[in-house]
Design a protein around this ligand. Structure first.
Ligand code: UD1
Ligand code: UDP
Length: 362
């Protein structure tokens, strides 16, 4: 049996690493790995293949950046050629990026079965490119691998047949368990940055709604500058955000107040997450990792797909309209902890999502 895996963006390398490892143990499945090239800087791509021991891609499509239609269109064409050549039984796609949608669409048009890891997440905000990608991918998929009960409910509510939907847990939890311990022995990041545990806030920002809106971008970074007057703020800067800050002439002012660093590898990121006293982010993956390491998280968005975290009190949504709101949101949440720990076990599975996925593909 042959399975073509499509990846292209940073979080997909991390998710695919856990499943590829388990696929590698199954002698009946051959995995062909396709990298679309959506992310291409070495600290956004190569570092993950090295650290997480992901096999080198069998195909690197080299698509790179571009407007949504053009980027997705180029991927669609290139993936189609690979699929025609490889004739796989399954195409495995992850998450909600343009690479996900292109992979699902190319496969379904060729009548090749599609398995979607992280199916069923919804923000119910169609302004987000990711929401369009998720909905279209789910409705093109034959096997919907949901990370949470909420995701299952969302899919059934949209009329997707129950027999296609499987609650497997979250592959990012598998990754946190598997690589989390490795970070303790392999990462030197705290030492390199001169940070001691629980003495800083970790922040990441990259969502289009925050980077491409000048007022929001300014509110977020001015808010973080105010917070940094009380407690250091470490921020690994996504290339999209770096470009936006350069465009707005904000980069040099921000560098004076925040500890801005280049994007880091996964083990360094895990180390920074585990040891932060609070995380503030607009990332999907980082919100969950905050919870996996029991660090409170302030999400700089008006909604989240990971609603359980807000319901349990581990995550607090703050709409980034003004610097005051951000400062207040972060400071209040920092002092309001600890959150409610009841019902906390098992909401993202038991760390065996990858194994369940491979069993369903076999
Ligand atoms: C993409 C995903 C988003 C995901 C994120 C993970 C889509 C629509 N968005 O957003 O869901 O959360 O990845 O990080 O698929 N760039 C570089 N070097 C790189 C990659 C990007 O400089 O290696 C810059 C380019 O200027 C590019 C911009 O970042 O135009 C945005 O990259 P893109 O992949 O289009 O979207 P992300 O914001 O990374
Ligand atoms: N991450 C990383 N280095 C960084 C920033 C993030 O390894 O400098 C990891 C993070 O730990 C998480 C994943 O990248 O596992 C999240 O990716 P991102 O925030 O880019 O995308 P999203 O999850 O929002 O789609």
């Amino acid at each position: 049996m042959k399975c073509v895996t499509i990846v292209g963006a940073r979080p997909q390398f991390i998710k695919a690493a856990t499943v590829s490892r388990v696929l590698g143990f199954n002698p009946h499945i051959t995995e062909i790995l396709v990298h679309t090239g959506q992310h291409y800087d070495s600290n956004m791509s190569e570092v993950f293949f090295d650290e997480l021991e992901i096999p080198r891609p069998d195909y690197h499509l080299g698509i790179g950046s571009g407007p949504h239609g053009s980027q997705t269109g180029k991927m669609l064409e290139a993936i189609e050629a690979v699929l025609i050549h490889e004739e796989p039984n399954w195409v495995l796609v992850y998450g909600d990026t343009n690479s996900t949608l292109a992979g699902a669409l190319a496969a379904t048009k060729l009548h090749i079965s599609v398995a979607h890891v992280e199916a069923g997440l919804r923000s119910f905000n169609r302004q987000m490119p990711e929401e369009i990608n998720r909905v279209l991918t789910d409705h093109s998929s034959d096997l919907l691998l949901a990370p949470t009960e909420t995701a299952v409910k969302n899919l059934l509510h949209e009329g997707i047949p129950e027999n296609k939907v499987h609650l497997v847990g979250d592959v990012m939890y598998d990754a946190a368990l598997y690589y989390g311990a490795k970070a303790d022995t392999h990462s030197q990041i705290l030492f390199k940055l001169g940070l001691s545990p629980k003495s800083y806030i970790l922040a990441t920002i990259h969502r289009a709604e925050n980077t491409d809106d000048s007022l929001r971008l300014q509110a977020i970074f001015q808010g973080l500058i105010q917070v940094a007057q009380e407690i250091p703020v470490v921020l690994p800067l996504h290339p999209r955000t770096r470009k936006a800050l350069e465009r707005e002439n904000l980069l040099s002012e921000i560098s004076e107040s925040l500890l801005l660093i280049d994007p880091v590898g996964y083990l360094d990121m895990v180390m920074l997450e585990k040891n932060a006293c609070l995380i503030s982010t607009d990332s999907g993956g980082v919100q969950k990792e905050a919870f996996f390491y029991r660090v409170p998280c302030v999400t700089l968005r008006k909604e989240t797909e990971w609603v359980e975290l807000v319901e349990m009190g581990w995550n607090c949504l703050t709409i980034p309209y003004s610097r005051e709101q951000i400062k207040k949101g972060i400071e209040n949440f920092l002092h309001q902890f600890p959150a409610n720990n009841s019902g906390i076990c098992g909401i993202y599975g038991e760390g065996i999502a990858a194994q369940k996925i491979v069993n369903l593909l076999s």
